[in-house]
Design a binder for this molecule. Sequence first.
Ligand code: GRF
Length: 220
Amino acid sequence: MSRKLRLGVLVSGGGTNLQSIIDRCRDGSIDAEIALVLTNNPQAGALERCRRADIPFLTIDHRRYASREEFDAQMVAALRKAEVDLVVLAGFMRLISSVLLDAFPGSIMNIHPALLPAFPGLHVQKKAIEYGVRFSGCTVHFVDAGLDTGPIIIQAVVPVLDSDNEATLSARILEQEHRIYPRAIQLFAEGRLRIEGRRVLIDPPLTPSEAALVHPPLDG
Ligand code: GRF
């Protein structure tokens, strides 16, 4: 039997995406195991999820390192020691340097709560409401040297309602994050993702399933 894909999940906060990955690894819909959870934040709520699920975790406090590169070198050492194949950023609130990028070429994913390339960066649910877009959503992408610029693996579209505030839209988007991140990881585990320039090709291809979404809906 071949060895299972080993995930290293990087978190800074509450870790609901981490939880969805834990759950999907447990029920077999992700054919991988979480080898290590790493955080830069000793207070991260995600750590309690690791304790409960009996998953190894490690805190590397970025404030103890003089540069981003030194901090990343510590993370690379821990990820290598845990024999991690795929690095999964799940609400990890630090920019990563070439030290981490070069250690895991084509093998770092991130989830972002907007439909990239619209609204990169922070507080993007609020920005989507303020801009007046009718749809936002979430994006899983491979990580490159830019801010939320890497090749896109999977996206989910979520309507923005007139009644939305930052909290309600964030919650609606988060529900979809919990569906698409496990799916992207499973596609990677199945060896179905190929990066070609800016594009991620899925092999064998997915079937075209749904018609276009229009919001507000049109007659007929
Ligand atoms: C998510 O909205 C994710 O898209 C963003 O940070 C948030 C993390 O939430 N990068 P959680 O810690 O997984 O609950």
